[in-house]
Design a protein around this ligand. Sequence first.
Ligand code: NAP
Length: 429
Amino acid sequence: MIKIAILGMGTVGSGVVAIMNKRGENIKNKVGTELKVEKILVKDNSKKREIELPPEVLTYNVEDILDDPEIELIVELMGGEEPAYEYITKAISKGKSVVTANKLVIAKYGDEILKLARENEVQVSFEASVAGGIPIIRPLKESLVANRIEEIYGILNGTTNYILTKMTQERIEFDKALEEAQRLGYAERDPSSDTKGFDAAYKIAILSSIAFETSVDADSIYIEGIEGVTLEDIKLADELGYVIKLLAIGKKYDDGLNIRVHPAFISKNHPLAMVNGAYNAIYLYGDAVGDVMLYGKGAGQMPTGSAVVADIIQVAKDINYNRLDTHSLGAPRNQQIKEINQIDNSFYLRIQVLDKPGVMSQVTKVLGDNHVSLSAVSQKHMLTPIVPLVLITHPVKEENMRKSLYELENLESVVKINNLIRVEKKHNG
Ligand SMILES: NC(=O)c1ccc[n+]([C@@H]2O[C@H](COP(=O)([O-])OP(=O)(O)OC[C@H]3O[C@@H](n4cnc5c(N)ncnc54)[C@H](OP(=O)(O)O)[C@@H]3O)[C@@H](O)[C@H]2O)c1
């Protein structure tokens, strides 16, 4: 028998216990021995629990778990940075393996935690920390390990994907779509970690560190959220054959990596364009395998529970057969992270200009002087003195695009720069 303890019994913790209860016999066969949930740590002793538990299982004191030498595996499902980080590191130092769904702790302290795990010869698994129920960590570490991964594009945040899908399909503004997401429980009361792109950034930091075998400092990631995306941009994207998605991107270049999160135009034919609502997906390109896409539920009690229980089974099996594989935790190499300014991208640019002769040539001169060439131009003919102008560029260094914007802003005929959104293409598309 292997004794485990769960830290946290909220949404995911309850799902994990439900799956373990339902699949107990099957799990026992897979692990090769019985798994016993010895203790569950919670905070609030007045809370009614979703799942009935024997009173001796619940504890409010983490030492009951950390000091019990018979507990070999800790499942951290509390969330947040502290005390989760403290409990995880203490558990490892005491020779316990850890399963966690905590993207924040893994993105920030992953290297340090894995080093500690190697030193203490225990296992740390975190499948549920990225894209909930979608298996991606283990596929990257194992099934795809023969490849040089060249790029990863993820729709890793269900809340923002839900909002953008609503805006696209129902032609509603951002605020209204956010309200709807909050009403349905897809968005939190303070949605900023999602809408400002931080949640997706933690996740792409974790994926990139595994795919590119490097140490990724979450602070080095370029992050733009979706708050600046308007219904007007969504409609224009549609007219031009695109949809707008919040993409988390990790790309390998000859001289380094670039990791970023921002809204992007993608062709309606791109596999990620079909990922709608609260669903998540990861599209990646490996030099041997080619295109791979994984799609599914990126959050929720049972999908996330599915990933956590899979990790529990795997680690427990390794404990049971005494084959803890600390080697696969891999010591990272340091690869250079390239600044976004040095990256080539196509751009969608929406500006407002005075409707008078010569304006278009002034705009194209500024762009041309900065090596920005255009692949599409759309100018609506309206009976107003100020008209919208929409441009799609060929790939150009971001630095040049930024310089053009600055110069365009200073042209008298340019009334307003409305928006600049990157246009992303598939590896071979
Ligand atoms: N929810 C999802 O769909 C989802 C998806 C992917 C990943 N995750 C990750 O899974 C983890 C858990 O998320 P969740 O949604 O299940 O959170 P949750 O519903 O808020 O549950 C958190 C649990 O942790 C307990 N807890 C919090 N702080 C504690 C402390 N200081 N001491 C003892 N217990 C404490 C809470 O105790 P009380 O019950 O007593 O308050 C509660 O049972 C997070 O890292 C999250 O990012 C969640």
